[in-house]
Design a protein around this ligand. Structure first.
Ligand code: HEM
Ligand SMILES: *[C@@H]1O[C@H](CO)[C@@H](O)[C@H](O)[C@H]1NC(C)=O
Ligand SMILES: *[C@@H]1O[C@H](CO)[C@@H](O)[C@H](O)[C@H]1NC(C)=O
Length: 413
C-alpha cells in the first residue's frame, strides 16, 4: 500500500527557460498538454503582485483546457482557455469553480494575455499574467510554499471559437490535481517569462526582455523540484467513486443490519441458514466495493495520504471477511451439537455489531472525498446520510430491545 501510491505519480519536467524559473508539467497520459507557473521574485518576497501561468496544447483537438489554483474544483481560481472568434488567438476566461455547475466567469480576476500567445502550427498557447491571484474569493495561494495544490482539466473535441469570456462549456473528459513546488517556480522580474529569448539568437530583440540578473540565467534545478501530478478524475474513476460509495452505503446501512436482525426475525427454522447465506452475499458485495476503494486510494494517495477512512475501512472489511463467517459457522455447529450458545455466538454477535457500526460511521467519513474529481455529492447528502444512519442505528437497538422484551414476556414461568 505504501509503495503503491507511487503508481499514481507521474511527472515530467519539460523545459526551464532562462528568464525566471518555471515549473512545467504534463498531466499523466496527457503529453500534449503542458502547464507552467512562474512566480516573480518580487511577488514571492512581498506576498503580492503578479504571477505567470502558461497553458499550452500541441493539439488543437481540444474544446478547451484549464488550469487553476485550489485543492478541488469547488472554490478554485481557474484560467479557462479556448480559441478566440477568429481562431488565431486564444480567449482566457477566468472562472471560479462551483459545486455542481460549470465554473462561472469571475469578473474580479485581473488577467492579461501576453506576447507569445496564439494558435498556430497546431499549437495553442496562452501566456497569462494575473495581477490579483494571490487571494481570491474562496482561497489563497501561498507563493512561498514548496507544495501547492492546482487543478487542471481538459475537454477534447473541436476547439471552441469565441471572444466571450463566459462561453458555455461542456464537462471535461479528464481532470486532476497537481502539487507544485512554487519555491522552484520563483525567479525573474515581472516581465513575461514565456518568450523564448533563445541563446542562439544573439541579436537582442526590440522587447525589453533583458536578463542581467545572474540567478535568472540558471535554469531551475529540476532534481528536487518536480511537481507531483495525480489524475483524479477520468470518467472511469468517477464511475468507480460512485460505485464504491453506493455499494458501501447500501451494504453497511441496509443489508448487513437487516440480515443481522433477520436472524431474530425470520421464521426460526430458516433463520440461521438464510442469515448465513445473505450475509455471505453481502460480504461479497462489500469486497467488490472494497476493491474499488483500494483502486481509488492508490490514485488519491499522493494528495490525501492514507487517512482514517482508508484505515477504518481496511479494519472493518478484514474483520468481517476473516472472522464473521467462520465464527458464525462455528457457533452454528456448536449449537447443532449442544443446543446452546457458545463463546463464538458472543464473539460473532459483538464483532458483527461493532464492525457494522464502524462501517456506517466510516461511510460517513467517505463523504470527505466528495468533490475531489468531478463527482460531487449534493450538499444535503452528508446530513441526510447522518440522519438515515442514526435512524438505522436506533432502529436496530430498539428492535433488539423489543425482541428481548417479547422473549421475556413469552417465557413461561
Ligand atoms: C459477514 C458476514 C456476517 C455478518 C456481518 C454477520 C453479522 C451478525 C450479527 C451482527 C449478528 C447478531 C445480531 C444481533 O445483533 O443480535 C449475527 C448473529 C448470528 N449469525 Fe451472523 N453474520 C455474518 C455471517 C454469518 C454466517 C456465515 C453464519 C453461519 C451460519 C452466521 C450465523 C449467525 C448466528 C448463528 C447468529 C446468532 C448468534 C447469536 O446468538 O447472537 N452469521 N450475525
Ligand atoms: C494574441 O494576443 C496577445 C494579446 O493581445 C498578443 O500579444 C499576441 O501577439 C497575439 N497572438 C497572435 C498570434 O496574434
Ligand atoms: C511549425 O511546425 C513545424 C514542424 O513541427 C516546424 O518546422 C515549423 O518551424 C513550425 N513553424 C512555426 C511558425 O512555428
Amino acid at each position: 500500500m505504501l509503495s503503491a501510491h507511487r503508481i499514481g505519480i507521474c511527472f515530467s519536467i519539460l523545459s526551464s527557460l532562462a528568464l525566471g524559473q518555471l515549473q512545467t508539467f504534463s498531466p499523466p497520459g496527457q503529453n500534449k498538454i503542458t502547464y507552467s507557473i512562474n512566480i516573480p521574485d518580487q511577488t514571492a518576497s512581498s506576498g503580492s503582485g503578479p504571477i505567470f501561468i502558461q497553458l499550452k496544447s500541441t493539439t488543437i483537438d481540444i474544446e478547451w483546457f484549464a488550469f487553476g489554483e485550489g485543492t478541488r474544483m469547488q472554490g478554485s481560481n481557474i484560467f479557462l482557455v479556448y480559441g478566440n472568434g477568429n481562431g488565431n488567438n486564444v480567449t482566457v476566461s477566468p472562472r471560479l469553480g462551483g459545486a455542481y455547475v460549470e465554473p462561472l466567469y469571475n469578473s474580479k480576476a485581473q488577467v492579461t494575455l501576453l506576447d507569445g500567445s496564439g494558435i498556430s502550427n497546431g499549437t495553442v498557447t496562452a501566456n497569462i499574467r494575473c495581477d490579483n491571484c494571490i487571494t481570491w474569493s474562496g482561497g489563497k495561494e501561498d507563493v512561498t510554499s514548496s507544495s501547492t495544490s492546482w487543478v487542471w482539466a481538459v475537454k477534447y473535441g473541436k476547439l471552441i471559437k469565441s471572444d466571450s469570456v463566459s462561453a458555455t462549456i461542456s464537462q471535461h473528459d479528464v481532470s486532476g490535481l497537481a502539487s507544485v513546488n512554487l519555491q522552484a517556480a520563483t525567479g525573474g522580474n515581472t516581465g513575461n517569462p514565456f518568450i523564448t529569448t533563445s541563446s542562439d539568437s544573439s541579436v537582442p530583440s526590440a522587447s525589453s526582455a533583458s536578463s542581467t540578473s545572474p540567478a535568472s540565467s540558471n535554469p531551475s534545478s529540476s532534481g528536487s523540484s518536480q511537481p507531483v501530478v495525480t489524475t483524479f478524475s477520468t470518467q472511469s474513476t468517477d464511475r468507480k467513486r460512485i460505485a464504491h460509495a453506493a455499494i458501501m452505503i447500501i451494504v453497511m446501512v441496509v443489508l448487513f443490519p437487516s440480515f443481522a436482525l433477520g436472524i431474530h426475525l425470520l421464521p426460526s427454522s430458516w433463520a440461521v441458514v438464510l442469515h448465513g447465506w445473505l450475509q455471505v452475499f453481502t460480504l461479497a458485495l462489500t469486497i467488490a466495493g472494497f476493491a474499488l476503494g483500494i483502486s481509488l486510494s492508490i490514485n488519491l494517495y499522493p494528495v490525501t495520504g492514507s487517512s482514517y477512512h482508508q484505515i477504518i475501512g481496511i479494519i472493518v472489511v478484514s474483520c468481517l471477511t476473516l472472522f464473521q463467517p467462520a465464527m458464525g459457522l462455528l457457533q452454528h455447529r456448536y449449537w447443532c451439537k449442544n443446543e446452546k450458545k457458545g463463546l463464538f455466538a458472543y464473539l460473532h454477535r459483538w464483532l458483527g455489531r461493532t464492525m457494522i457500526a464502524l462501517g456506517i460511521v466510516n461511510a460517513g467519513l467517505g463523504f470527505r472525498y466528495t468533490g475531489i474529481g468531478s463527482t460531487m455529492a449534493p450538499k444535503g447528502a452528508v446530513i441526510a446520510y447522518g440522519v438515515v444512519a442514526g435512524i438505522v442505528g436506533l432502529g436496530y437497538i430498539l428492535t433488539l430491545g423489543f425482541l428481548a422484551r417479547r422473549r421475556r414476556h413469552a417465557r413461561p414461568t
